[in-house]
Ligand binder design. Structure first.
Ligand SMILES: [Zn+2]
Length: 250
């Protein structure tokens, strides 16, 4: 066995020894710290560890940040090494030395959280944003959408959203609903929410609907109304006009 193989085996052994609990603690510590320092608490309400109901039980969201610029659903990934991925891949790859590890595309993972929140709060695509934060010592080796960030970079992304999409009273109401755990009871008593979210998520997973190269949201087929491409079909981001991501051709 060569030296590099030994190193790679030691690294991977160490990596696997670290429990999810340990990874979670480190991840949350970093993100909370950033939230404290980088966002104005008067404008951005941080809610931690939100339990979100799903059709088969519940799921945990690390952080939800509510502001008049929208509801930001933050998914943290505590990972080291090199990260390879794109919005349309089902799985992304983490590489530490020669050891590679596949993990679910976090944009897809968070898509379900975003859709569930939209449904429960009665909000639209313009009002709920997905944000992925890698904490730990990782490096993106492929180009990432702007909402996939490192450490404090998530605050920069959130601050880049400058168009108000919620009123002050809506913000207060949303924070109340989430904090008082009313989402779970509303979900349980409303089978329609469950079916609704299940359908949208399944639709995206089973169809050839691409994810936006800029933000990872679902895309819709549109037709150019003017310009030299008039009449031509293209994929546009469902967050248009906030996001202008497009994919040409079909
Ligand atoms: Zn987009």
């Amino acid at each position: 066995m060569g030296f590099s193989q030994i190193v790679s085996q030691i690294v991977s052994a160490l990596w696997h020894l670290k429990s999810p609990w340990f990874k979670g603690v480190v991840g949350e510590f970093n993100v909370n710290l950033s939230a404290k320092f980088l966002l104005d608490k008067e404008k951005y309400h941080l809610i931690k560890n939100v339990t979100l109901p799903t059709e088969d039980g519940s799921t945990q969201i690390d952080h939800i940040i509510v502001s008049e610029f929208g509801v930001f659903v933050v998914e943290t990934k505590n990972m080291k090494g090199w990260i390879f991925g794109s919005p349309n891949q089902k799985t992304w790859t983490q590489k530490i030395y020669k050891h590679s590890n596949k993990f679910q595309n976090p944009l897809h993972q968070n898509y379900k959280h975003v859709k569930t929140l939209e449904s429960l709060l009665g909000l639209n695509e313009q009002q709920v944003h997905s944000v992925i934060v890698f904490v730990g010592d990782s490096t993106f080796k492929t180009e990432m959408p702007e909402n996939v960030t490192y450490g404090g970079g998530y605050a920069r992304y959130i601050k880049s959203k400058k168009t108000p999409v919620l009123s002050e009273s809506q913000v207060i109401e949303i924070v109340k609903q989430i904090e008082q755990g009313r989402l779970t009871s509303s979900f349980k008593t409303n089978r329609e929410h469950v079916r609704h979210v299940k359908n949208i998520v399944a639709e995206k997973e089973n169809s050839n609907v691409p994810s936006c190269p800029k933000c990872g949201s679902a895309m819709v087929l549109r037709e150019a109304k003017k310009g030299q491409n008039v009449g031509k079909k293209f994929w546009g981001c469902t967050k248009f006009p906030q996001c202008r991501g497009i994919i040409n051709g079909t």
